[in-house]
Design a binder for this molecule. Structure first.
Ligand SMILES: [Zn+2]
Length: 224
């Protein structure tokens, strides 16, 4: 069963109070339709009863896909105090790393935004590894910056995101914001394969047990 809580939230548009249902835990095997709602973002949208404005929820969420052995813990920045965060993390890891629970072999990931969670789910659906993809994004970001010297600084700071894999050659589409507009860059599957080879040859690039943030900062530690 999905876990929800009801939270009293003030509408940022009209200032009136709402009782908003917020998901804090979902299991995609039990509720496959909730996976679709994560992917299109609708799981996180609430509508004000008074003015109809739509806003995004801000909450923790434990996303569990038992078939894919994937667990993603969404925890927005500064949502919990450092002590609360450490305590929740310890509780989760005690449960999910404990071999007695039959949960070994899981990918445990931590993300700080809804967009990051959606990207993890999209990667899983495409059968792609997120460590390899972070490296492919790193390589691509540097190449794009090299070709567009005028915007190089902005490009090197931009968050690149896996969007989808498409076509007979498994072309990979990444998106990134530039000067207020979303850009799409296509990379060949060979870029991903090259990165996969490097990751496989470097055991230190295997995430540690526990809820790890595999993101641009994480991969940069190995590449700079
Ligand atoms: Zn409102």
């Amino acid at each position: 069963m999905a876990k929800t809580i009801t939270r009293d939230v003030t509408c940022p548009s009209c200032g009136k109070g709402n009782a908003v249902k917020v998901y804090i835990g979902i299991n995609t095997a039990e509720d496959p339709q909730l996976k679709a709602s994560v992917k299109d973002g609708s799981l996180f949208v609430w509508e004000c009863l008074h003015c109809g404005a739509r806003h995004l929820t801000r909450s923790q969420l434990l996303y569990h896909d038992p078939d894919e052995r994937l667990m993603v813990w969404l925890l927005p920045e500064n949502f919990l105090s450092p002590q609360q965060e450490a305590s929740v993390k310890a509780t989760l890891e005690k449960h999910f790393i404990n071999p007695e629970n039959g949960l070994e072999g899981y990918s445990l990931r931590r993300v700080a935004s809804i967009g990051d969670l959606i990207e993890k789910v999209n990667l899983q659906d495409a059968g792609l590894d997120d460590v390899v993809m972070e490296m492919a994004k790193w390589v691509t970001r540097n190449e794009v910056a090299d070709k567009d010297r005028a915007h190089a600084e902005e490009i090197l700071r931009a968050p690149f995101r896996f969007y989808r894999m498409d076509g007979p050659d498994n072309e990979i589409q990444l998106s990134f914001p530039l000067s207020g507009a979303m850009q799409v860059v296509n990379i060949g599957f060979n870029v991903y394969e090259d990165c996969r080879g490097i990751v496989q040859r470097n055991p230190s690039m295997k995430p540690q047990p526990g809820f790890v943030r595999v993101d641009a900062d994480w991969i940069a530690r190995f590449l700079q």
